[in-house]
Design a protein around this ligand. Sequence first.
Ligand SMILES: Nc1ncnc2c1ncn2[C@@H]1O[C@H](COP(=O)(O)OP(=O)(O)OP(=O)(O)O)[C@@H](O)[C@H]1O
Ligand SMILES: [Mg+2]
Length: 219
Amino acid sequence: MKAVKFAVEHAGRRLEILRGVDLEVAPGEIVALTGPSGSGKSSLLALVAGVERPTGGVLRVDGHDFSGLSDDALARLRRQRMGIVFQDFHLITTLTALENVALPLELAGAPDAMEQARRMLHQVGLRERVDHRPLEMSGGEQQRVAIARAFVARPALILADEPTGNLDLVTGGRIMDLLFHLTRSWHACMVLVTHNPELAARGDRHYRLDEGTLQKMAP
Ligand SMILES: Nc1ncnc2c1ncn2[C@@H]1O[C@H](COP(=O)(O)OP(=O)(O)OP(=O)(O)O)[C@@H](O)[C@H]1O
Ligand SMILES: [Mg+2]
């Protein structure tokens, strides 16, 4: 992204959230993003995901300039090229772990969606939980399902927004190890939002978002 700006209107006032953000992420690279609450970290991810449109600047993923893409085309790019992991998992509560993970593949028309989803769940250590619904799993297990879902369609880019924010320290550490391991071994790139400076230091680069701009932190 280049010179990206993002503003929203609220109660008749214009809020400038991003005031010109430049960021490039190379294949295989992990970029950590920290910053105070309300600084715009989730907004930045929403722009990269194509869920929100910037009010200025250029956004590109895989060479596709977002400004030339319709909302449908952006949704397709998101589905095909990105995996998203949220703090509160965002699983579909009426579906089993297996069905949740198979969903992105089914949307893409993969004939062996269930088989691939099952393999992915084995990879995140949930062989014994494939038939459980989200509410029949622990927080750490639910996040592993969400990670399996994010990776199952072999995305080029992982967007993770405080993925361990709702988990205890030990479980959170394991989830983070899994996320780093999968990202590195699949040569995906990741933008990781975290409040934890030690985790941020594990990325290849670390930026802090404050007052609408990015500041590079020491590696
Ligand atoms: N649609 C919207 N309408 C009004 N204000 C918004 C909207 N979206 C975001 N904001 C405001 O923009 C600011 C940035 O929000 P954002 O969620 O990106 O912050 P954040 O850095 O992710 O914070 P946190 O660490 O608490 O998750 C906040 O002050 C928020 O209230
Ligand atoms: Mg946020």
